[in-house]
Design a protein around this ligand. Structure first.
Ligand SMILES: Nc1c(NC[C@H](O)[C@H](O)[C@H](O)CO)[nH]c(=O)[nH]c1=O
Ligand SMILES: CC(=O)[C@@H](O)COP(=O)(O)O
Length: 159
């Protein structure tokens, strides 16, 4: 398989002095643990500091980032969204997966924030684990890498 985008390289220590907010949805606890482990390992390796806030589900993530921006717009250099949406029996999956991504995209463009989207949208638990596990796809770490890269770019472009 071709190498995936989540391997975007970040120099160790290159984000020293930068502060991030991880917003994690704990709808699936064990998967949330693994996504969080991946994201925090990447931020720590980059020398960044971070806060973590926990919300019930993926639908609550965008509003939480909006609240943080509303409270103290310059407190964070970037944001990492973590969660897992697994298809059930009804159309609710489409709402949770689609609307969380749509609102995050809207926030990141409207507010010019550095955001890594690590919300898995999968058919079943096996797909979720393959993507969450650090030893496999490490999508939590990938989202943190994206947030780090975008924070760097945001600073360079003067946003
Ligand atoms: N089914 C999943 C949800 N659903 C819950 C929503 O995100 C939300 O918390 C609820 O509708 C109350 O507003 N959330 C996930 O993160 N993952 C799912 O698979
Ligand atoms: C992604 C979901 O919202 C899911 O958990 C809902 O399951 P169901 O469609 O069986 O209610």
């Amino acid at each position: 398989m071709a190498s995936a985008g989540g391997t975007f390289p970040i120099e160790p220590g290159s984000a020293r002095g930068r502060q991030f907010l991880i917003v994690e949805a704990r709808f699936y606890n064990d998967i949330a643990d693994e996504l969080l482990r991946g994201a925090t390992a990447v931020l720590e390796d980059a020398g960044a500091t971070f806060d973590v806030v926990t919300v019930p589900g993926a639908l609550e993530i965008p509003a939480t980032i909006a609240m943080a921006l509303d409270g103290q717009p310059d407190e964070y250099d970037g944001f990492v969204a973590l969660g897992c949406v697994i298809r059930g029996e009804t159309t609710h999956y489409e709402i949770v997966a689609g609307e969380s991504a749509r609102a995050l995209m809207q926030l990141s463009v409207d507010e010019a924030i550095a955001l890594g989207n690590g919300i898995l949208t999968v058919e079943n638990e096996a797909q979720a684990w393959a993507r969450a596990r650090i030893a496999e796809q490490d999508k939590g770490g990938g989202a943190a890498r994206a947030a780090l890269a975008m924070a760097e770019l945001r600073a360079r472009l003067g946003a």
